[in-house]
Unconditional design. Structure first.
Length: 86
């Protein structure tokens, strides 16, 4: 049951120090010993970081800037109207 509880807590994002105190471990190494995560879990968590999101936003901004630069005055006014209505 400890393996399951500790692993479920880790997957749910419960801080290790809190899990350690709940299960009564004297040091973090014991809590780490009871934590069982899938092999691809680390990569899944890294993929959730905002690094990829920042790259995507930069690409979107670049594309939008190019389109705005080439837009007619009428198109720019339409865009501005849409943005002001949000």
């Amino acid at each position: 049951m400890r393996y399951t509880f500790v692993s479920v807590c880790a997957k749910a994002g419960v801080p290790a120090i809190l899990v350690q105190s709940i299960v009564g471990h004297g040091n973090p190494a014991m809590t780490a010993h009871y934590t069982r995560l899938p092999n691809d879990y680390r990569q899944q968590q890294i993929n959730k970081l905002s690094i990829g999101t920042m790259d995507q936003k930069a690409e979107l901004r670049k594309s939008i800037n190019e389109k705005l630069y080439n837009a007619t005055e009428e198109e720019l006014n339409q865009i501005l109207e849409i943005l002001n209505n949000k």
